[in-house]
Ligand binder design. Structure first.
Ligand code: NI
Length: 163
């Protein structure tokens, strides 16, 4: 297993619509294992294959205290509600943005055994799923910003005292 290098905006692979996985073969298994390593190495809660330069519909999610979810060819089944969230992306480092995401989402996908799974999620988990599914369609969270004022640079140093 290896840690892969991350693609950053404006790398064109991030803007491409990723291709469906046709067969869950050793190459796909290896990709998933490497994506999990890469996600953990970068302290991410999710990662999509285009972020490591592979234009395939594969994503992994790992929320605190939860098992890894592997999503192959995921599709949204249902979305409900909306909420304002703060979001960042490993492929757009140094910033956070305020956008709107679904409150609840149901998706279906294949797991590594080729079985169809349904994942029901809300709040942070729903946000992570929508974020990763967006990547598979060449969409980044910055595309959901109402305006540029909703994008904030991350502080690299503590704020200075006013005096
Ligand atoms: Ni991202």
């Amino acid at each position: 297993m290896s840690i892969l290098s991350l693609r950053h905006y404006p790398d064109p692979v991030l803007r491409r619509k990723a291709q469906p996985v046709r067969q869950i073969d050793p190459t796909v298994r290896r990709l998933v294992a490497d994506m999990v390593d890469t996600m953990r190495h970068n302290s991410g809660v999710g990662l999509a294959a285009p972020q490591v330069g592979v234009s395939l519909r594969v994503a992994v999610i790992e929320l605190p205290e939860e098992p890894v979810i592997v999503l192959i060819n995921p599709q949204v089944v249902k979305r409900r509600g909306w909420r304002q969230v703060e979001e960042g992306c490993l492929s757009y480092p140094g910033y956070r943005g305020e956008i709107t995401r679904a409150e609840k989402i149901v998706i279906k996908a294949l797991n590594l055994d080729g079985e169809t799974i349904r994942v029901k999620a809300e709040d942070l988990a729903a946000q992570a799923l929508e974020h990763e599914l967006d990547h598979l369609n060449g969409v980044l969270y910055i595309d959901h910003l109402e305006n540029q004022d909703k994008l904030y640079p991350l502080e690299t140093e503590p704020p200075q005292q006013a005096d």
